[in-house]
Design a protein around this ligand. Structure first.
Ligand code: PEP
Ligand code: MN
Length: 346
């Protein structure tokens, strides 16, 4: 059951409904409705008497199973703040960087170049989930230190993957945003842990997961106390082997209908092919994504992992330029001048 409470009664009435639900042995969670009121998701139906509190504006008994992620509980888009960057607002967010954190010098060079090309966040894996146990597994904590150093120099907030529940605290200590990779989308102990990490989380879609399964995973994070969840479409397995994965752009407008959470598109993993990344990045923005995740390297062939899908900084610059023009055209209004944005955030 979903219950919405008007702003003037929000706190006191929400407390009563939560207490009533818990007395009946039901799970209940409250969240902001984005317009001053409170929305409550309850894991079952409350009797009418338990809802007899001031300010209840609507009660929905038939709804999606993801109580907090559903758009039915909150019709206003969720905005997520990562440092100076807002995810889910009018400005598309560009997360760019190498697949794996490289040497300190190289990472800093990439971060500087990515920023100059228009990136707004720096990505890079320190703990890498590799198909082969013999492949490079990432630089671990030293990689996190390098990311933090690159942030210090460029001011770009950082996002990096965490793979194990026991590592969440350490990764959250260094990183501005936590990434849950496709292979861990349904690692429920990990999702519960990042639900308590106090940092925004980007949840990548499992490559063999349905949209409903994906939203249920988001629900794990939300229901454990973290309202800052971003979804990332990164391609799914299909019968097609000509590309590494099949980027499911249907997911973007569909998620807009189903959830208030922001959506990022990752055309690097979604295609696995450098030559396709620009087209699919623009297609992702045209489909309505709030931003992109892109793997970049000054010499892509030398990247320590995912070289085949890594683009140059020139291509990144072109994606940002063309992507912003596309978003302006679709929105019918100009975006902020990036030079002004960088002055504001400097
Ligand atoms: C990555 O972002 O480098 C990564 C490993 O992504 P995914 O989990 O989508 O494969
Ligand atoms: Mn990668």
């Amino acid at each position: 059951m979903l219950v919405k409470i008007a702003p003037q009664h929000a706190e006191s009435s929400a407390a009563l409904i939560l207490a009533n639900a818990r007395c009946l042995g039901l799970e209940a969670r409250a969240m902001s409705d984005g317009v001053g009121g409170i929305a409550i998701g309850v894991s079952g139906d409350l009797p009418d008497g338990a809802l007899d509190v001031p300010g209840v504006t609507s009660v929905i008994r038939k709804h999606k199973p993801y109580l907090l992620a559903t758009r039915e509980i909150r019709d206003t888009p969720t905005l997520i703040q990562v440092g100076d960057v807002t995810i889910g607002g009018p400005e598309p967010v560009i997360m760019a960087g190498p697949c794996s954190v490289e040497t300190e010098e190289e990472l800093i060079e990439i971060a500087r170049m990515a920023k100059a090309a228009g990136a707004t966040m720096l990505r890079g894996g320190a703990f890498k989930p590799r198909t082969s146990p013999y492949s490079f597994q990432g630089h671990g904590e030293e990689g996190l230190r390098r990311l933090a150093h690159a942030r210090e120099i460029t001011g770009l907030p950082i996002i990096t993957e965490v793979m194990e529940p026991d590592m969440v605290e350490m990764v959250a200590h260094y990183s501005d945003m936590l990434q849950i990779g496709t292979r861990n989308m349904a690692n429920f102990p990990l999702l519960k842990k990042v639900g308590q990490a106090g940092k925004p989380v980007m949840l990548k879609r499992g490559f063999a997961s349905t949209i409903e399964e994906w939203l249920m995973s988001a629900e794990y994070i939300l229901s454990h106390g973290n309202p800052d969840v971003v979804l990332c479409e990164r391609g799914i397995r299909s019968f097609e082997t000509a590309t590494r994965f099949t980027l499911d752009l249907n997911a973007v407008p569909l998620l807009r209908e189903l959830t208030h959470l922001p959506v990022i598109v990752d055309p690097s993993h979604g295609t696995g092919k450098r030559s396709l990344v620009e087209s699919m990045a623009l297609a992702g923005l045209a489909a309505g994504a709030d931003g992109l995740m892109l793997e970049v390297h000054p010499e892509p062939e030398r990247a320590m992992s995912d070289a085949a899908q890594t683009i140059t900084l020139d291509v990144l610059e072109r994606i940002v330029r063309r992507g912003r023009a596309l978003v302006e055209l679709l929105n019918g209004q100009p975006l902020l001048d990036p030079t002004v944005t960088s002055l504001i955030t400097a």
